[in-house]
Design a protein around this ligand. Structure first.
Ligand code: COA
Length: 158
């Protein structure tokens, strides 16, 4: 399926219910519409969406910019549309936009057992810089991933 990605001004977000359902499907924790609204409207919030040609929401990334740091909260792609490069494209677009605006570092926390996401971030040049043992309720470790950005340095080719 054809798709495109775009960043969204949180105040213009008219897709909140659809986004909430995709966010909840992409996370082990249920997200209420109010929680998603809080995540996309707070200070420094960054939202990037991928939509199919028919306007259906296929993927998202939620992040937060804090001075020169970007905290990536969650990325998710609709089941049935995975392995088509959507998550990679969303993250590349986000990091490139933020790098142009002076980003120094992007970081996130990720379950150690989440092989697809760990492979995704490794392919984008993220490295493991910390581990929180048995951090999650199911006993899984959390990994802290980081990617330093330098102006002029592009994301590694696929
Ligand atoms: C992780 C997730 C966002 C990946 O989305 P996606 O659109 O399928 O990813 P992409 O197609 O852009 O994949 C880019 C690269 O990531 C890696 N990757 C993605 N899914 C993978 C999988 N299931 N197994 C192994 N590697 C995988 C591969 O290196 C892939 O490159 P390749 O297809 O050329 O081999 C998706 O599986 C998802 O929504 N998972 C549930 C939510 C989640 O776990 N989010 C991460 C926590 S923040």
């Amino acid at each position: 399926m054809e798709w495109h990605s775009r960043s969204v001004k949180p105040s213009n977000l008219d897709l909140l219910d659809e986004l909430t359902s995709l966010v909840s499907a992409s996370s082990e924790h249920g997200w209420s519409t109010a929680a998603v609204a809080g995540a996309v409207e707070g200070s420094g919030a960054r939202v990037r969406l991928a939509e199919g040609g028919d306007g259906v929401l296929l993927g998202f990334v939620l992040a937060r910019r804090i001075v020169d740091l970007l905290e990536i909260d969650l990325v998710g792609v609709r089941p049935g549309h995975r392995r088509g490069g959507i998550a990679r494209s969303l993250l590349v677009g986000l990091i490139e936009d933020e790098t142009a605006a002076g980003l120094a570092e992007a970081q996130l926390e990720l379950a150690a057992s989440n092989d697809p996401a760990n492979a995704l971030y490794a392919g984008l040049g993220f490295v493991v810089v910390g581990r929180r043992t048995r951090y999650y309720p199911d006993g899984d470790d959390a990994l802290l991933l980081s990617r330093m950005t330098f102006s002029g340095r592009s994301i590694p080719p696929q």
